[in-house]
Each structure stands twice: as structure tokens, then as C-alpha cells.
Design a protein around this ligand. Structure first.
Ligand code: UTP
Length: 279
């Protein structure tokens, strides 16, 4: 069973400056719901109740969001507007939230290592909230949890990307062991143009076995001083097994302005306008 989900949310979100100067990127709304809430709801839909959030300076609003706001509740009590708080109330009731600070921004691998004390010695999920994944039938994380129950090893979600975009991602190569599932034999973080081992890019959903923490402790920084989860996963793949899963569903890169706008348009049409609360 996967009981906890780690949300690395300490990054600066520089691509959205000045919006992210004092507001966490993870609090940017897709229509009327912050990115992080989509991620938490996806974890809840996957049977996970423990949300472990890695934060940094200036991220207080993340904690406030997953807490009661008594003044607001009192103000709208008994009015029609109360229905607008139903979703977030349900989210808060369905999960527990714990937080830890990443003191220095030393990369995604370092952010995950920072979460060790919250996770302990068990397999766990990782969600990067700026990758918004949508599948109304079975969430992407739920698909991965089901695979974990079968294979009991680390799993990364991958998506085919155009060749001219491979330099923006961690790229894997491996043997397809069944439909849409690969056993990884190589991984390269942001390969230079023309050198990518495939067009399968790692996106922001992972299931990790706890030995990853020891591997991360022994993983040196890259040329930019960042500890990359890709390097640790390659070690894990070479010593044992890491799977890559081509998930079913849509993914929007909300860390980029283009992806953020596409997600907003999609969610407005397909979620917001369809919901009773707003009709
Ligand atoms: P990004 O590479 O998207 O970085 O991090 P960023 O700072 O959020 O955004 P830009 O590139 O400056 O616009 C991927 C994920 O890893 C987290 C980020 O919060 C994001 O969810 N992260 C990254 C950390 O938590 N700590 C780090 O040191 C680096």
C-alpha cells in the first residue's frame, strides 16, 4: 500500500515572475482551484491520505489553504456561497497534511531527500503539482499505484514528446515489458539536442521505494549544483529495477505559461462549466 505522497513545492517558479514573487507557483489557480489542490485530490483518488509537502520561504499560503478559515466560514455560513467551499472542505477532511522546509534550493532530488523524515521507511508517491494530470476514469497516480502493487519497484510516469523538446526533460530508454510499461536501462537529464536516447520524457508523477533516500544521499550535484532525481533513479535502475509507465490521460505543463493557459482553457470547458455548483 502507498500511504503517503510527497509534494516538492519549494521551487521559485521563476518562469511566472512577477506573479510568483510573493505567491507560491503551486497556489496559482487553474480556473478557481490552485494547482496543489488538483495534485492533492489526485493523491486522494489514488487511496493516499498522508500529504507531505516540502515548502520553502514565502510559502505560508500553502498551509493556510489546507486549513479552516473560520472568519470566512462564519461570513458565508447559511448562504448560497457555502457550496463553493464544499470541495476544499472534503479535501481537508480526507487527508492529513505535514510540512517540512527545504532550506536551500538544491534541486528536485534534494527536495525529495528533505522529505525523508516525513515519509519514513516506506514506498511513497511524488507529485509535482505544476504537472497537471487529468483522467476522469482513473487518475494517473491511481494507475501507477495499481502497477506498484503488482511490481513493487520504483515507477516513473513518462510521455512521448516531440524530438525538439527532449532537452527540457529527463529522458529514459528501456525494454517494453508489456503494453506501455518499460524496464529502464538508461536515463539522461535534459539531453543535448540530437543525443536523447528516446522521446519518452519523465513527467511529475513517481512511485519511489525507500532505498532511494540512501541513493540520494550518495548522489553528487550536477554542474549547476543541483541533486537530480534522475541520477538517483539511474543508480536504482542499474542496481535493481525501475519501471517507466506511459500513462493514460492528459498532462499539462503548468510550469510553463503555454501549458498553464492550455490547462486553464481545458478545465474551464471540461470541469468548471460541467459542475453543478457553477451552472
Ligand atoms: P522546476 O524545475 O519547475 O523549478 O521544479 P521551479 O523553481 O518550480 O520553476 P522555474 O523553473 O523557476 O519556473 C520542479 C518541481 O520541483 C520543485 C519545484 O517546486 C517544482 O514542483 N523543486 C525544485 C523543489 O521543491 N526544490 C528545488 O530545489 C527544486
Amino acid at each position: 500500500m502507498i500511504k503517503k505522497c510527497l509534494f516538492p513545492a519549494a521551487g521559485y517558479g521563476t518562469r511566472f515572475l512577477p506573479a510568483t514573487k510573493s505567491m507560491p507557483k503551486e497556489m496559482m489557480p487553474i480556473v478557481n482551484k490552485p494547482l496543489i489542490e488538483y495534485g492533492v485530490d489526485e493523491a486522494i483518488q489514488s487511496g493516499i491520505a498522508g500529504m507531505c509537502i516540502v515548502t520553502g520561504r514565502g510559502k505560508h499560503s500553502l498551509m493556510d489553504h489546507f486549513d479552516k478559515n473560520y472568519e470566512l466560514e462564519h461570513q458565508i455560513l447559511g448562504t448560497k456561497k457555502e457550496t463553493l467551499l464544499e470541495d476544499i472542505r472534503a479535501t481537508i477532511d480526507a487527508a492529513s497534511f505535514t510540512y517540512i522546509r527545504q532550506k536551500e534550493m538544491r534541486g528536485l532530488g534534494h527536495a525529495i531527500l528533505t522529505g525523508h523524515d516525513l515519509i519514513g521507511d516506506e514506498a511513497f508517491a511524488v507529485v509535482l503539482a505544476d504537472d497537471l494530470c487529468i483522467n476522469p476514469n482513473q487518475s494517473v497516480l491511481a494507475q501507477m499505484v495499481a502497477l506498484y502493487k503488482q511490481f513493487r519497484c520504483s515507477i516513473v510516469a513518462v510521455e512521448e514528446v516531440p524530438e525538439n523538446e527532449t532537452h527540457r526533460y529527463g529522458i529514459i530508454s528501456g525494454q517494453e515489458i508489456k503494453d506501455d510499461l518499460y524496464r529502464i536501462d538508461n536515463m539522461v537529464e535534459k539531453p543535448e539536442s540530437g543525443t536523447a536516447p528516446s522521446n519518452l520524457a519523465i513527467i511529475g508523477r513517481y512511485i519511489l521505494t525507500p532505498d532511494i533516500f540512501d541513493i540520494l544521499k550518495n548522489t553528487g550535484p550536477d554542474k549547476n549544483g543541483e541533486i537530480q532525481i534522475t541520477d538517483a533513479l539511474l543508480t536504482q535502475a542499474q542496481d535493481g529495477c525501475v519501471l517507466a509507465y506511459k500513462f493514460k490521460g492528459k498532462r499539462f505543463d503548468c510550469g510553463s505559461v503555454k501549458g498553464f493557459i492550455e490547462a486553464t482553457n481545458y478545465c474551464y470547458e471540461n470541469i468548471y462549466l460541467q459542475s453543478d455548483t457553477h451552472s
